[in-house]
Ligand binder design. Structure first.
Ligand SMILES: Nc1ncnc2c1ncn2[C@@H]1O[C@H](COP(=O)(O)OP(=O)(O)O)[C@@H](O)[C@H]1O
Ligand SMILES: [Mg+2]
Length: 357
């Protein structure tokens, strides 16, 4: 293989990350790559589509550009899109005939908020739990779904170690800490490995979302798996997600992933409400001095760079760890702590973005 072929193959590999909204297939497998032109440090990718809605075509273009800029290593990257209307059909009609997924609401649920992160271990689940419980404390009817099917952590975080009851209408979610919660972890035995992939995984999630008797909810929080894969895209295409929150820590690597996560949502037409910075700072319990073990101001800079609001800064708090092991969210165990206050401030900002209930 010549050098050029190698480079083209590498670009093609990158393009395989880009899923068509609503599908688990990528733009390469859909035959959308018309050309890859490499000229020294310049890379041009030509995409060809047929009858795709303008908004989606633009989303795919932006997402492709983003991935190539970040990962291809070429200095100058261009993406050209040719979107030919289908004969006798406008681009809009394509959507109406159903070739693009049409997200549906979940029965009885007013708002769905997805909590996501570019990578694992940034505190996404801890934030989902404490934010949901905080919303419950403010008088809202709240549900919380653990969709992190590879690493469900709610049994521990919520302190729920038994299986839920079920009847003909579905599974009855646990009612604890003032909210209703459901997790694949409640259904399986502890430490049982889960090796579901692709369609099976999506099916399992769909059953959990629809097969749970949520009743009337003001807001359902969904703790998504980390990253920007199939599950995230398929979930946000299937259900009408009102907004996504992207959790990050101040380290730069986490921020890069955050960026990608945010862009992924933009291309699935889910509004990213903003960024949450976890472990933003540490306040010494003895002297009260504030330090920034993971760097300072990263969340704010990143938020500004990608033009999203920074909705909250949660401090690093050793108590979170200790309480998590006992299944007590900090906002319940220590509601007057600085951390719990930071959760209330965060919820205020999120609620502001969601509008009236
Ligand atoms: N603000 C925080 N201060 C201290 N520890 C935290 C904080 N947020 C999360 N943690 C701890 O970090 C670890 C990862 O958090 P988790 O919520 O499981 O992350 P993720 O869901 O992103 O994988 C857990 O041990 C959790 O208790
Ligand atoms: Mg988690």
């Amino acid at each position: 293989m010549s050098k050029t072929d190698n480079s083209e193959a590498a670009v093609l590999e990158l393009l395989k990350q880009i899923k068509y909204p609503g599908y688990s297939r990528d733009i390469v497998s859909f035959g959308m790559i018309k050309g890859i032109i490499i000229d020294g440090v310049n890379l041009t990718v030509q995409l060809k589509m047929e009858g795709v809605e303008d908004k989606i075509a633009k989303g795919l273009k932006d997402y492709t550009l983003e991935v190539l800029k970040n990962e291809s290593g070429y200095e100058k990257v261009q993406v050209e899109v040719e979107n030919i209307p289908k004969p006798g059909q406008s681009a809009k009609q394509t959507t109406q005939t159903g070739s693009i997924a049409d997200p549906k609401p979940v029965k009885g649920v007013k708002r769905i908020v997805a909590v996501s992160s570019g990578k694992g271990g940034v505190g996404k689940s801890t934030i989902a739990v404490n934010l949901a419980v905080t919303a419950g404390q403010q008088g809202l009817k709240v549900g919380l779904l653990d969709a992190d099917i590879h690493g469900p952590s709610f049994p521990t975080l919520m302190g729920i170690g038994t299986h839920p009851e079920a009847n003909e209408e579905g599974v009855i979610p646990f009612d604890k800490h003032g909210i209703k919660s459901m997790s694949i972890g409640y259904l399986i035995e502890k430490d049982q490995p889960l090796i579901w992939r692709g369609p099976m995984l999506n099916k399992a999630l769909e059953q959990i979302v629809n097969g749970t008797q949520w009743g009337e909810l003001d807001v359902l929080f969904i703790d998504l798996p980390p990253g920007t894969g199939d599950v995230q895209i398929s979930l946000s295409q299937k259900y009408k997600v009102d907004g996504a929150l992207v959790v990050t820590t101040p380290q730069n690597l986490a921020l890069d992933d955050t960026h990608r996560g945010a862009v992924m949502f933009q291309h699935t037409n889910v509004t990213v409400l903003g960024i949450i910075e976890n472990m933003s700072y540490y306040r010494c319990p003895n002297c009260g001095d504030v330090s920034h073990p993971f760097g300072k101001g990263g969340g704010k800079r990143e938020a500004e760079r990608i033009n999203l609001p920074l909705l909250g800064e949660i401090p690093m708090d050793p108590k979170i760890l200790e309480l998590a092991d006992r299944g007590e969210p900090i906002v319940i165990a220590d509601p007057e702590s600085e951390t719990s206050k930071s959760y209330r401030a965060l919820w205020q900002n999120v609620a502001g973005k969601l509008g009236e209930f």
